[in-house]
Design a protein around this ligand. Structure first.
Ligand code: 13P
Length: 252
């Protein structure tokens, strides 16, 4: 049995005070209401990493960043390195989110380098993949997602790939309120797991968590998370409201 992971991706939202308030509210609800074996991760904007971490100390909640640089250090104004995140003992980092791919031109080869940097500093990459609407409509979504996974992860050793979390996020479901059906999610997760199994063997494929993201809400979380190959979720909009986020966690 894989442990379920529910990660909130706050994206570029909240001010410092609001971030503290949200982290505190999530913590309070989680402490009172969440039982069982669910890993909870809050992926917050860089400036709030340390303060949110302080607000969830001694709970089951971990903190993650939303990106890191492909470089070690140096003259890269505005960038944040994996070493910096590791030095703050931040355990998780989202890589390859579709918004990074779309608005910042991040492609598979660059993401392979970012995955390497994250792993070199013992960060757990939450590696995102997923197809845009036109690819889904053309029916080539499986091929595209397989290519994304292959391009950024398949250079990894067995030891390294075991540390990765994959998140399947169909772009057409992100922020649209139009979630994938549980069957669509399960089908794609099974495709990814089969691909991992073909490359790394069944034991490793079975151990890698594959999260679903895209309009996960309290009212659809339970059904999606009950699919055999869905190991939790990466939640955007609904992670900005403590009540909704905790209800989603309970769905796992
Ligand atoms: P929404 O939950 O707002 O659709 O966002 C999903 C997402 O992009 C999480 O990374």
């Amino acid at each position: 049995m894989r442990t379920k992971i529910i990660a909130g991706n706050w994206k570029m939202n909240k001010t410092l005070e609001e971030a503290k308030e949200l982290a505190t509210e999530v913590k309070n609800h989680v402490t009172k209401e969440v039982t069982g074996n669910v890993k909870i991760v809050l992926c917050v904007p860089f400036p709030f990493l340390l303060v949110t971490k302080d607000h969830v100390l001694q709970t089951s909640i971990s903190i993650g960043a939303q990106n890191c640089s492909e470089h070690d250090s140096g003259a890269y104004t505005g960038e944040v390195s994996a070493a910096m995140l590791a030095s703050m003992t931040i355990p998780y980092v989202i890589l390859g989110h579709s918004e990074r791919r779309q608005y910042f031109g991040e492609g598979g080869k660059l993401l392979a380098k970012k995955v390497d940097k994250a792993l070199a500093h013992s960060l757990i990459p939450i590696f995102c993949c997923g197809e845009p609407l036109e690819i889904r409509e053309k029916g080539t979504h499986e091929a595209l997602v397989r290519a994304q996974v292959e391009e950024s992860l398949f250079h990894l050793s067995e030891e390294a790939v075991k540390k990765v979390v994959v998140a399947y996020e169909p772009v057409w479901a992100i922020g649209t309120g139009k979630t994938a059906t549980s069957q669509q999610a399960q089908d794609m997760h099974a495709v990814i797991r089969k691909q991992l199994s073909a490359k790394y063997g069944e034991a490793i494929a079975q151990a890698i968590p594959i999260l679903y993201g895209g309009s996960v809400k309290p009212d659809n979380a339970k059904e999606i998370f009950s699919c055999p190959d869905v190991d939790g979720g990466l939640v955007g909009g609904a992670s900005l409201k403590a009540r909704d986020f905790v209800d989603i966690i309970k769905g796992a």
